[in-house]
Design a protein around this ligand. Structure first.
Ligand SMILES: NC(=O)c1ccc[n+]([C@@H]2O[C@H](COP(=O)([O-])OP(=O)(O)OC[C@H]3O[C@@H](n4cnc5c(N)ncnc54)[C@H](OP(=O)(O)O)[C@@H]3O)[C@@H](O)[C@H]2O)c1
Length: 270
């Protein structure tokens, strides 16, 4: 079994969502059949995510819940405290996936320290799986040296038609690390693209759906966010679309190195 089957696809992203809008999105997604919710300590919405899950008809153990540790809490003690706070807010004794949100800027905290702490949190039963986010190829190699092969479930990175991150995606696959794509819709920009619109018309679908079907064809798990029931439903239905080789090739040509998540503390990208 390849590792990617461990993560339900698609999930629901929750970055920027808060309050009742967030709770409605989580509730609607769960009703529609989503079983994977992605949050983070930094999003400031873990308490509402936890409430929406608790109030839903879906049992907690049927939901794949991900949270993350922010880069300013990577010393072992701070990391463990961050996880305990996240679990308290989420109202659960474990998450399904715990990620290092960003590598420590300029290796301020040595990778060995925070990955060892992450593994200890897993061994303590506070998360089923562990992974990383925004790691480069060199950082993935370093992480595998520290933890061994087969320990990290995923590297969550930006992937959409305008930033396909192919070298990194292939590198993760070689290590049997599932790639999960954030900002899969380029935060809505895919809707404006003429090539995606043309392919979408051919399938009686939307550019967002074509993009999600393309990611699925690449075996990349994703979790678009949406505040609209109609979009949540169509994003789920997108995975029934099969694109032809020609269409996949056309989407591959849309690469333009357009990175959206690029804060000052980001690593030296591949
Ligand atoms: N690890 C990291 O560093 C990192 C960084 C960024 C994001 N993330 C995660 O990745 C998730 C997804 O990224 P994102 O939310 O930034 O961007 P995204 O999923 O690419 O795009 C979300 C935007 O697309 C729109 N949208 C969604 N479905 C649509 C559809 N079917 N048709 C038209 N528009 C649609 C949404 O608007 P409506 O509300 O109107 O539908 C929203 O404005 C985040 O929520 C977060 O969980 C992780």
């Amino acid at each position: 079994m390849t590792q990617h089957t461990a993560i339900p696809n698609p999930g629901l992203g929750t970055f920027r969502l808060e309050g009742d809008t967030l709770k409605r999105a989580v509730t609607t997604a769960l009703e529609l059949g989503y079983r994977h919710i992605d949050t983070a300590q930094m999003y400031g919405n873990e308490a509402e995510v936890g409430q929406a899950i608790a109030e839903s008809r879906v049992p907690r153990d049927e939901i794949f819940l991900t949270t993350k540790v922010w880069h300013d809490r990577l010393t072992p003690d701070a990391l463990k405290q961050s996880v305990d706070e996240s679990l308290a807010k989420l109202g659960t004794d474990h998450v399904d996936l715990l990620l290092i949100h960003w590598p420590s800027p300029d290796d301020e905290v040595p990778m060995r320290d925070y990955l060892t702490a992450l593994r200890e949190v897993q061994k303590a039963g506070k998360t089923r799986h562990i992974g990383v986010s925004n790691f480069t190829r060199a950082q993935i190699d370093q992480a595998v040296d520290i933890l061994g092969e087969g320990v990290l479930l995923t590297n969550q990175v930006e992937v959409h038609p305008f930033l396909q991150n192919r070298a990194l995606v292939e590198h993760c696959k070689r290590h049997d690390i599932t790639v999960t794509a954030f900002m899969p819709l380029a935060v809505g920009k895919v809707m404006e693209d003429e090539t995606l619109k043309r392919i979408a018309d051919h399938h009686d679908a939307t550019p967002a759906q074509v993009t999600l079907a393309w990611l699925q064809a690449l075996e990349i798990v994703t979790f678009p966010s949406s505040t609209k029931a109609e979009h949540l439903k169509s994003n789920l239905e997108a995975l029934t679309i099969t694109l032809s080789d020609d269409e996949l090739y056309e989407i591959a040509t849309l690469e333009r190195g357009e990175r959206i998540a690029n804060p000052g503390f980001a690593p030296d990208w591949d």
